[in-house]
Design a binder for this molecule. Structure first.
Ligand SMILES: NC(=O)N[C@@H](O)C(=O)O
Ligand code: NI
Length: 162
């Protein structure tokens, strides 16, 4: 079984897998007579295939127990998938590069700090949402449309936090 210890999420380390959504590291410009800071175009939304469209969702998830035991990773070949916590919830992110197969050497585990969201690029292998400590409410932006947009790859992983 592959055992991984989570590392703090950073945009650089996550770049091969997608985007980190974080107003603390993003540029903005003023709108609405200066009352609003627009943090603009923070992540690459991909909606591929027939009748593809962007979906706005809310996920309400029960917390996981650590160590986290995974028996598969999944991917969405036809679109990106973004998770943004609505109440500074922390969550565990396990990813592997897009591809037909997964090399265990390439799997990475991260933990967010409550201010961060993630956007998985189309095809990035990832664990299903794994929120820590308390029930989590997340804004989720992903892809709707025709075709199978959820593939699973069997892989046993134990994720530890420290
Ligand atoms: N299935 C679904 O909507 N969610 C998963 O893709 C996930 O990444 O949590
Ligand atoms: Ni997913």
């Amino acid at each position: 079984m592959l055992e991984l210890k989570v590392q703090p999420l950073t945009p650089e380390a996550f770049a091969p897998f997608g985007d980190v959504i974080d107003t603390r590291t993003a540029d903005y410009f003023p709108i609405n007579a200066g009352r609003t800071r627009r943090y603009h175009d923070l992540a690459k939304v991909e909606t591929l295939g027939e009748n593809a469209r962007a979906l706005i969702n809310i996920f309400v998830s029960q917390p996981i127990e650590m160590p986290l035991a995974l028996d598969f990773l999944e991917c969405h070949p036809l679109g990106s998938q973004a998770f943004m916590p609505l109440h500074e919830e922390r969550f565990v992110v396990v990813v592997a590069p897009k591809g037909e197969t997964i090399d265990s050497q390439d799997v990475r585990a991260f933990v967010t700090d409550g201010h961060q969201g993630v956007n998985y690029h189309a095809g990035t292998w990832h664990a299903i949402q794994s929120v820590l400590e308390r029930e989590g409410r997340f804004l989720v932006v992903d892809r709707g449309g025709e075709g199978n947009n959820c593939l699973e790859y069997p892989l046993a992983i134990k994720v530890v936090i420290d």
